[in-house]
Write a protein that binds this ligand. Structure first.
Ligand SMILES: [Zn+2]
Length: 151
């Protein structure tokens, strides 16, 4: 469900179900986060995921996504996860295919408030995420329901 250009990206995707694993990986991979970034990742429950360019990793914070959905709405959790993945993959793509704009955006990055959504990097990533989610929703449902029928 992604164009060839995306398949060339070397970015690793890690899904975290709890904060302890982030701390373990922090030591294991020597993740290059600043203290401010780490604080955001651990304590800002609005963050569903992030592309950390210095580490070339996409992290998905399942525990924050789960906070936004009721446990019985497991499909909603999966939908949030998939759209977050598309969003973060687009950031990885921006860095490789539009490095100048990416760097410019990184240098003056606004992490909250009105300024956040007005940035080119975010507008583009949300646009891409929504477009891909709409385009493949049928296929995504087929895969999810097929899995359920097999059980
Ligand atoms: Zn983003």
């Amino acid at each position: 469900m992604l164009n060839k250009k995306y398949l060339k990206l070397k970015t690793e995707i890690i899904i975290y179900d709890n904060k302890i694993h982030i701390l373990i990986d922090l030591l294991r991979f020597r993740l290059k986060w600043t203290f401010k970034e780490l604080k955001e990742i651990l304590f800002n429950s609005h963050i569903n995921g992030a592309f950390t360019d210095k580490n070339d990793k996409i992290i998905i914070l399942m525990y924050n996504i789960k906070l936004k959905c009721r446990e019985e709405d497991s499909y909603l959790i999966l939908f949030h996860t998939i759209s977050t993945l598309y969003h973060e993959i687009r950031h990885s793509y921006q860095r490789v295919n539009n490095p100048f704009k990416w760097c410019k955006g990184r240098m003056a990055y606004v992490s909250e408030g009105d300024g956040y959504i007005q940035q080119w990097t975010e507008k583009d990533a949300y646009g891409f995420g929504n477009m891909m989610f709409d385009r493949y929703l049928n296929k995504i449902c087929d895969i999810l329901f097929e899995k359920e029928n097999v059980k």
